[in-house]
Design a protein around this ligand. Structure first.
Ligand SMILES: C[S@@+](CC[C@H](N)C(=O)[O-])C[C@H]1O[C@@H](n2cnc3c(N)ncnc32)[C@H](O)[C@@H]1O
Length: 175
């Protein structure tokens, strides 16, 4: 009976990840250590204010930012409940009171004022983000995008990682 319950729970978790991957268009694959390092370094160009991770997944990048900036407000939006739950537990265990993680679609969320956006999405997600950024009134901010570019905005800088795919990290000045 115990084995069946555990197996059922594992199947439920796997199905949930697959369901939200199909729904959002991307799996909760975390940024690699190299990606995180490059994005953390680039984040220094927006030296103060609130930071938002658009699709925070398991919190890999979110918590790296939270450790680097203990005095800043760090916000994550994540739709997939399992990575969101894991990140909530991590945040509680490590008492990261300056971190908030919303289980919500960032495309329909009202952001608080921020100075830095970070994301690791996919081509269509970048198109949707571009529309949100164009249609809403946002403050002057930096956007750092892992791997995928905004379709209609020219980056101020593109960092190429020293990895197998020479992964690009795009930096955009918004407004
Ligand atoms: C590739 S993961 C990146 C995770 C994390 N940002 C990192 O760099 O380690 C992308 C995440 O974005 C989430 N996501 C995609 N579209 C979203 C949306 N519109 N609202 C909230 N989360 C979204 C997915 O569920 C997935 O967990």
């Amino acid at each position: 009976m115990f084995e069946i319950t555990v197996l059922g729970l594992i199947c439920f978790c796997i199905l949930s990840i697959v369901w939200f991957t199909l729904k959002t268009g991307i799996s909760p694959m975390p940024s690699s250590a190299k990606m995180c390092r490059a994005m953390l370094e680039a984040s220094e160009q927006a030296a103060e204010g609130c930071i938002i991770d658009l699709g925070s997944g398991w919190g890999t990048l979110l918590f790296s930012l939270a450790r680097k900036y203990p005095e800043r407000q760090i916000i994550g939006y994540e739709q997939s409940w399992l990575p969101w739950l894991y990140a909530q537990l991590y945040k509680s265990i490590f008492r990261l009171h300056h971190v908030k993680i919303y289980r919500a679609n960032f495309l329909t969320a009202d952001f608080p004022s921020y100075t830095l956006l970070v994301c690791y999405l996919y081509p269509q997600g970048m198109q949707l983000l571009q529309q949100k950024l164009l249609s809403d009134q946002y403050s002057k901010a930096l956007l750092i995008s892992n791997t995928f570019a905004l379709p209609e905005t020219k980056p101020i800088e593109t960092i190429r990682l020293d990895d197998l795919y020479q992964t690009p990290i795009y930096l955009y000045q918004l407004k």
